[in-house]
Design a binder for this molecule. Structure first.
Ligand code: NDP
Length: 299
């Protein structure tokens, strides 16, 4: 069997088309565009690239887009003051504080300070609680897990009743929320992590295998059940001397070439979950804007 490659770029483009339409409709109804503010503290080069891309995508979606860059030396109080100002700004619907924050700034305190109605990353305990209480329709759901589910559903349809889903990884950002979303689709869910025994055996029982580990190609083809759908969230940069001295390339947490011989469908890295994350951030922004204005969820 050769697995179908799930094209994250194509699915993300469909999501972004819907966001653009929803954004225009929102502006027609309210007289203003949805507003997204991204806060970057420090000069981490990867974060700078992410923030730039988010700004570009927000503009393409017709949003009011703001970027606030603070020096690495900034105090926690100053970051909190900026979050407070953005909370109070009626034209801002989404606030994203780019992580990681520099040492000395308490990430939890900053995330807690964001108005849950503007928490487009879905990391505030209110949104986490709503998701875990089975009320994802009232929550802002973290972007990578929500995007992973759309890719999965493009293959399986919306019901996972009777299916066993194994999620490898239990972070608050990916593993746990994706497990909750799978549960809400009626899958039987196993969450595995670094202390799990017999990981390969457990993975071999998965009809749906979600890898969110951060270890390059850790999940081998022999761990994949024939016919499984594999969602590879991992993004790992590894040396690629075959491309020239000092060159690198991106790989996932799954050994894709091996898994392709066994799985029925698989997300590639790059070009799978990655493009979905930013598309879902835009979707969350227009959703937050609509909910704040008392309008129905648009996407
Ligand atoms: P974390 O480091 O926060 O979590 C990793 C999880 O994997 C932990 O639960 C850890 O277990 C588990 N783990 C680590 N080693 C093993 C092992 N040997 N066997 C089984 N489980 C293990 O990472 P994130 O969840 O933030 O990210 C996971 C991956 O997804 C990374 O590659 C990251 O780059 C990628 N990512 C991609 C995004 C995208 O847009 N495509 C967005 C976000 C993340 P334990 O809890 O026991 O330590």
């Amino acid at each position: 069997m050769t697995a179908r490659i799930i094209d994250g770029k194509a699915v993300a483009a469909v999501v972004l088309d819907k966001v653009r339409l929803a954004s225009a409709a929102f502006k027609d109804k309210t007289g203003r565009p949805p507003g997204l503010a991204v806060v970057l503290v420090g000069e981490d080069p990867a974060s700078q690239v992410y923030v730039r891309n988010k700004g570009r995508e927000a503009e393409a979606a017709g949003f009011r887009s703001e970027q606030h860059t603070l020096p690495v030396s900034v105090s926690e109080a100053e970051v909190l003051a900026l979050v407070g100002k953005l909370n109070a700004d009626p034209g801002i619907d989404g606030i994203l504080v780019q992580l990681p924050l520099p040492k000395g700034i308490d990430t939890e305190r900053v995330l807690l300070a964001i108005d849950p109605a503007k928490d487009v990353d879905g990391f505030h305990p209110i949104n986490v609680g709503l998701l875990n209480a089975g009320a994802a329709d009232k929550a802002l759901v973290p972007c990578t897990p929500a995007g992973s589910m759309i890719l999965l559903e493009s293959v399986t349809g919306s019901s996972l009743a009777g299916k066993h889903a194994v999620v490898v990884g239990r972070s608050n950002i990916v593993g746990k929320p994706v497990a909750q979303l799978l549960l809400q689709r009626d899958a039987t869910v196993t969450i595995a992590h670094s202390k799990t025994a017999n990981l390969a055996e457990i993975c071999r029982t998965a009809d749906v295998l979600v890898a969110a580990v951060g270890r390059p190609e850790m999940i081998r083809g022999s761990w994949v059940k024939p016919g499984a759908v594999v969602i590879d969230v991992g993004v790992n940069r590894i040396p690629a001397p075959e491309r020239g001295e000092g060159k690198t390339r991106l790989v996932g947490d799954v050994a894709t070439a091996e898994a392709m011989d066994v799985a029925s469908a698989i997300t590639p890295v790059p070009g799978g979950v990655g493009p979905m994350t930013i598309a879902l951030l835009m979707a969350n922004t227009v959703t937050a804007a609509s909910l704040r204005e008392g309008l129905p969820r648009p996407v």
